[in-house]
Design a protein around this ligand. Structure first.
Ligand code: CA
Length: 230
């Protein structure tokens, strides 16, 4: 799909960064809408219906984490957080409130563009995944068509990223998949941020489907247990 049909909401209070990111995305063919503080970001999201949100953490009004919470409650949307270097707490909180990935400042424009494209591709790929058959592992049932997950016949609400991660693990039950593999498969991008992003999403997934279902192989990666229970 051509990026010209894609709309990105850029939320950044620093004028030079907001302008530079906007200029670059427009040059790449994206339709860009902008906000400079927390409340404005939620407003633009609601009336502008963006396909993806680029979200700075430190913002006037309320911060990017609160923005993420509020917009994800309205409609699931891919969110790429912009964080300060070494602000690990920010990264973990951001991923915990529904951000899909993060980019550390200062970043190169080329990387930003690649990450935006990768996240949007993933959303498009979700449509292809929908044709896969239902997977059942013990009392875990994954239906790619409706994107629904049942644990012991009870519906579990997963974010789009958590769902795609589970689907990727479920494609090879019992097999240990490396963080790098999972990051490349689910996020469509390979980079240094992958480890923390994958770990954080596995943690969230475990909290929802049962800790014992996803086995950690330290220093290697994760495997979905074939007959696990919550
Ligand atoms: Ca800021």
């Amino acid at each position: 799909m051509s990026p010209t049909s894609r709309r990105v909401l850029v939320v950044e209070d620093e004028p030079t960064i907001n302008q530079a990111v906007t200029d670059r995305l427009v040059a790449e063919g994206y339709d860009v809408i902008r906000a400079w503080d927390g409340p404005e970001a939620v407003e633009r999201f609601t009336d502008g219906s963006p396909d993806l949100v680029l979200l700075d953490v430190m913002l006037p009004g309320f911060d990017g984490h609160e923005v993420c919470r509020r917009i994800q409650a309205v409609r699931p949307v891919p969110v790429l957080m912009l964080t300060a270097r070494d602000a690990e707490a920010d990264v973990l909180v951001g991923l915990g409130v529904g951000a899909d990935d993060y980019l550390t400042k200062p970043f190169r424009m080329r990387e930003l563009v690649a990450r935006v494209a990768a996240l949007l591709r993933r959303v498009e790929r979700a449509a292809e995944l929908a044709t896969q058959p239902v997977t059942e592992l013990g009392d875990l049932r994954i239906d790619p068509g409706s994107r629904r997950v049942l644990v012991a016949e009870e519906g579990v609400h997963l974010t789009p990223t958590e769902f795609d991660l589970l689907l990727c693990l479920a494609a090879s039950p019992g097999v240990v998949l490396t963080r790098e593999h999972l990051y490349a498969e689910v996020w469509g991008w390979s980079g240094a941020s992958g480890t923390r992003t994958v770990d954080s999403h596995v943690k969230a997934l475990r909290a929802k489907i049962g800790t014992a279902r996803v086995r950690t192989v330290h220093g290697v990666g994760y495997a979905l247990e074939t007959g696990g229970t919550r």
